[in-house]
Design a binder for this molecule. Structure first.
Ligand SMILES: *[C@@H]1O[C@H](CO)[C@@H](O)[C@H](O)[C@H]1NC(C)=O
Ligand SMILES: [Zn+2]
Length: 413
């Protein structure tokens, strides 16, 4: 209780509308509060005319003017207040990011609005939200040029394209809603990790069919590539979710585990590509467009990993990069650029190697592509559910209690 009281004193401003009533209640209450009551005309127009009351008309006009002045009221919506690192509970703190923290009990509406306000997360939100639309656009163009419905050769690409649209979207949602409560923060990032690990499955599916070296077609590895990748997503999601629980006590260990959780599937997925590049270095291949795009992707993948682990540049100048340019934003940008190169490479390989791949190998099956996606989606959701359940139960017994009871005007506890 004493810890909670301290937290409360640190947040004298109550703005977490959604905290007490859950997401749904918060939304409607929030709108009610923000949009000041609009003075509607009490009298129907015909009534004013009938009675011919000039005074009435003037009154109505004045009211109308009042109503017109309303937008200025509405525009002066108070932007949620921001906090410094020492004002927020420890779970929310980010190394070397000093300011720009949102209220740790923001409502869902506040979270959405905060994406238009400059906070430490704003650029993180947009650097994955806009690319979502870019990838969706690329996907829709492919839909009109390829025959995803009946041509089973395109299904691995279909799975890949779906997943590269999902992961940036999930991530931007996670960054948007992570400041509703400590529990929501964990759950948001569980989904973020789940989407990333499914993305690694998308890579495996597309690499296993299109990028694999000619000599590996129909090998044991190709036949089991996707199955192993499903195992990897389960491992990756579980380990990265688990790493969140270690974060406060063992930040170093948590970071190592989480990085490992994502690097391991990446290395597995990329083995066919590494082997192809190795053959190329040995001089037994024709350098193609696809290979150069693959190399750019690898370059960005390494940069992404570096940014994730190094916390540069903010570590060099804590507080300088709170809003623009901190490592997580660069990490997002580099991940998206890498994905874009990877997408180009996969599409090029898919288009140009069709004959060669189908000469020896089998057509991708429905179960091996879309089936795999659906199965792993549910398995990963299950893992996220298992990790989220204790967080969803806990608040009713402990920390949340004080926040729920405390409202401005009510007696402080
Ligand atoms: C930004 O602030 C939020 C709290 O609103 C915190 O949870 C998060 O870790 C911070 N993010 C970054 C990238 O600094
Ligand atoms: Zn992120």
């Amino acid at each position: 209780i004493s810890r909670n009281r301290i937290d409360m004193e640190k947040f004298p401003v109550w703005r977490g509308i959604g905290a007490g009533s859950g997401i749904g209640g918060g939304w409607s209450q929030g709108w009610g509060r923000r949009l000041a009551r609009i003075p509607v005309f009490d009298y129907p127009v015909w009534l004013v005319r009938c009675r011919g009351g000039r005074a009435r008309l003037i009154e109505v006009c004045q009211r109308g003017r009042g109503a017109i002045r309303l937008p200025t009221d509405m525009l002066s919506i108070k932007l949620p207040q921001l906090f410094d690192i020492h004002q927020v509970p420890k779970v929310f703190r980010e190394d070397s990011i000093i300011s720009g923290y949102r209220h740790p009990r923001s409502s869902a509406l506040d979270c959405v609005l905060s994406s238009f306000q400059m906070t430490n997360e704003t650029v993180n939100i947009w650097t994955h939200f806009l690319p979502t639309w870019y990838f969706l656009w690329r996907f829709s163009v492919l839909c009109s040029t390829l025959n995803f419905m009946t041509d089973s050769y395109t299904w691995p690409l279909l799975v890949y394209m779906l997943l590269i649209c999902i992961y940036p979207f999930t991530s931007s949602c996670a960054h948007t809603f992570s400041s509703m409560s400590p529990e929501s923060r964990h759950i948001c990032y569980f989904f973020d990790y789940g989407a990333l690990s499914l993305y690694s499955l998308g890579c495996a599916v597309s690499y296993g069919y299109y990028v694999i070296p000619d000599s590996w077609v129909n090998s044991w590895l190709q036949q089991h590539f996707v199955t192993i990748a499903i195992g990897n997503t389960l491992f990756c999601t579980s380990l990265s979710c688990y790493s969140r629980f270690l974060e406060l006590q063992f930040p170093q260990r948590s970071k190592v585990l989480r990085t490992g959780a994502f690097v391991f599937p990446f290395i597995f997925d990329t083995t066919p590509l590494f082997y192809r590049l190795l053959l190329c270095c040995g001089g037994s291949c024709s350098p193609s467009d696809a290979l150069s795009s693959h190399c750019y992707h690898l370059l960005f993948a390494f940069l992404t990993c570096f940014l994730f682990t190094a916390h540069l540049p903010e570590r060099l100048a804590p507080g300088r990069f709170d809003y623009f340019g901190h490592s997580h934003q660069l990490f997002h940008v580099s991940a998206v650029l890498g994905t874009n190169f990877q997408m180009e490479a996969v599409i090029t390989d898919m288009m140009s190697r069709r004959a060669a791949l189908l000469a020896h190998g089998a057509m991708p099956s429905f179960l091996g592509t879309i089936g795999v996606l659906v199965i792993s989606l549910f398995l990963n959701l299950g893992i996220i559910g298992i990790f989220s359940a204790p967080l969803l139960w806990k608040p009713f017994h402990s920390s949340n209690q004080v926040f729920v009871c405390w409202r401005p005007g009510s007696k402080a506890i």
